[in-house]
Design a protein. Structure first.
Lengths: 199, 362
């Protein structure tokens, strides 16, 4: 199959770099955009530009933020004594949706994974330790994914914070190996409510 | 669950060959080279997305062609028929669809019967390296207890992570203290896997011995002696003890990833000392034991594919084998001639069409 005109080939190449998008899907998307009305296609381009220009990471918790602090860290009604640790900004959304949790977050930016060469220094783990050392925190809730790497990350943090603060883990009940991102609200709400303390 | 039809369109030497299947025993008869093995390979491919003959699925593509496809019709417990289609193409890779939509392996596994194959070249399961037997046993665990289907994968991930860290430590990077969480991770994944394997073997041992005796194998025994047994805590302690050695080696030198499922006859390893005929009997006995366990445990009906099994059995054993298969469950038997198949297995016979010859040039 020919790659078509160079700009089209470039779009296909860019799209196929996205996670979960293969060569064939990229081609389908590219042709769809090509056929779409101008304003629809330009809106997508603008949205990409805007998100890259305006959205950064919160200086406090590394969640997505439109300014120095994210919406949650900036909200004076949140319980500042509790920090919920998650792997990715996308994991904050399902937990917020449960309405069970009123504390703050800490987004690690991934999970420990020797295979991928990710160790503690590559994640915001030192920043979490400093947040706890600054005081005022009474509980850290570990809400990393129930996967091999998520469990190992939780264990690493639990050991790091042992004796300094109460560390809890989401109650089991989340399907093993699943992602937080795909857990339903009820299950996740229960897991939050039933969190248990790691000694 | 019942497979009611298989169609190869095309696959290896078969093109638009469709065969209707019945419950119970179906015998596929045809001279050498007519595509009997290709037909059961097509069925296996349609159901599992894999071949039992080759790890390169592209071998299934007809000579000079660019695509292989096989479609099975499976009737579920509610009597509803589903189409499972597996395809591999030179340019577009492979696909596995249920009723026309792509599906992940777990969904497909739920939509089809558990399937086991006996074929002459599957003897490697008995005489090959332990890894093949571990994989086979873990496959049985997944069919027997679907809730435990993920144990193997999860354990594999944990060992792979621990090994990745060990090889970095062996190369002088990182700190051995980092191993702690991976010792725990591996132990947590290992304990339930070892337990499941031990339970599976306990489940199979008696039936294996009985089937082996019937097939003329003396004191057939199935044994699993895990290196790392016991609680998560005990396995973690065992890993910690071996840390220095593991760091030196750059990999995990102890754990269920090295376990052996032993097939013995009269106390001796069939892998090392068994004759061809004894190894064949052991493989059959293992598949029969698994089939029986699945039949007893659940309502699902396992599918057994027996390629060319009669040719090397004497008439008495052929009869006993067919008697054993009469207890329910679907079976496909291939044979080059009808005479080698006991009459009890000839109720439903499929005759292979003669090979399609190249059409004469116009
Ligand atoms: N990729 C392929 N494309 C076309 N033909 C193939 C391909 N692979 C194998 N064949 C041919 O398929 C034919 C049938 O093979 P198959 O193994 O199914 O026969 P069989 O009926 O099982 O024979 P036997 O009784 O000897 O076991 C063989 O002649 C073989 O050369
Ligand atoms: Mg054959
Ligand atoms: Zn924040």
């Amino acid at each position: 199959m020919s790659d078509g005109p160079a700009p089209l080939a470039r779009l296909v190449a860019e799209l196929s770099r996205l996670p979960g998008i293969g060569q064939r899907t990229a081609q389908r998307l590219a042709f769809h955009l090509l056929r779409a009305p101008d304003e629809e296609a330009f809106a997508l381009g603008d949205a990409i530009r805007e998100v890259k220009e305006k959205v950064g990471l919160c200086e406090e918790c590394f969640n997505l933020a439109e300014g120095p602090l994210c919406r949650i860290c900036g909200d004076q009604n949140r319980d500042r004594a509790t920090i919920c640790v998650v792997e990715e900004p996308s994991d904050v959304i399902p937990i917020e949706r449960t309405h069970e949790y009123r504390g703050l977050y800490h987004v690690l930016g991934g999970a420990l994974s020797p295979i991928d060469g990710v160790d503690a220094e590559d994640l915001k783990i030192g920043e979490l330790r400093r947040r706890v050392e600054r005081g005022g925190v009474s509980e850290v809730v570990l809400a990393t994914n129930p996967t091999t790497t998520g469990e190992a990350t939780a264990l690493h943090i639990a050991e790091m914070l042992r004796g300094q603060v109460t560390v809890t883990r989401l109650a089991s009940g989340l399907p093993v190996g699943a992602d937080l991102e795909h857990a339903d609200e009820v299950t996740l709400g229960k897991a939050l409510a039933g969190r248990r303390s790691l000694e | 669950m019942l497979v009611t039809a298989i169609e190869a369109r095309p696959l290896r030497s078969l093109d638009r060959v469709r065969v209707e299947l019945a419950p119970g025993i179906v015998s596929v008869i045809g001279p050498n080279g007519t595509g009997k093995t290709n037909l059961i390979e097509a069925l296996y491919f349609a159901l599992t997305g894999r071949s039992f003959r080759t790890s390169d699925r592209r071998d299934l593509i007809p000579f000079g062609g660019s695509l292989a496809r096989a479609e099975a019709t499976v009737r579920d417990e509610d009597g509803i028929e589903h189409q499972l289609l597996a395809a591999v193409s030179r340019s577009e890779g492979r696909r596995h669809l249920i009723d026309g939509s792509p599906a992940d392996p777990a969904t497909i596994a739920r939509a089809r019967p558990p399937v086991a194959v006996f074929a002459p070249d599957r003897l490697t399961l008995v005489k090959g390296p332990p890894a093949e037997r571990r994989a086979h046993l873990d496959g049985f665990i997944a069919a027997r207890w679907p809730a435990r289907a993920e144990l193997r994968k999860r354990f594999g991930q944990a060992v792979a992570q621990r090994n990745a860290l060990l090889s970095r430590l062996a190369a002088g990077y990182g700190s051995p203290a980092d191993l702690g969480i991976w010792d725990s991770g591996m132990a947590e994944a290992a304990a339930p896997l070892v337990e499941a394997r031990a339970e599976a073997v306990a489940d199979l041992a008696t039936a294996f011995n009985e089937a082996a005796t019937e097939l003329g194998l003396d004191e057939g025994a199935l044994e699993y002696a895990p290196r790392a047994a016991g609680s998560t805590e005990e396995i973690r302690a065992g890993l910690e003890e071996r840390r220095e050695q593991d760091i030196r080696l750059g990999r995990s030198s102890w754990g269920p990833h090295l376990d052996e499922l032993k097939l013995n006859s009269a106390g001796r390893s069939l892998r090392r000392f068994g004759s061809q005929g004894q190894q064949r009997a052991a493989l059959l006995a293992l598949l029969f034991a698994e089939r029986q366990a699945l039949l007893e445990a659940r309502r699902v009906v396992p599918l057994l594919l027996l390629d060319d099994v009669m040719s090397e059995l004497d008439p008495g054993r052929r009869e006993r084998l067919v008697n054993r298969l009469g207890d329910g469950g679907q079976v496909l038997i291939t044979a080059a001639d009808e005479e080698s198949v006991p009459v009890a297995a000839l109720e439903t016979v499929v005759r292979m069409p003669p090979p399609q010859t190249e059409s004469a040039a116009p």
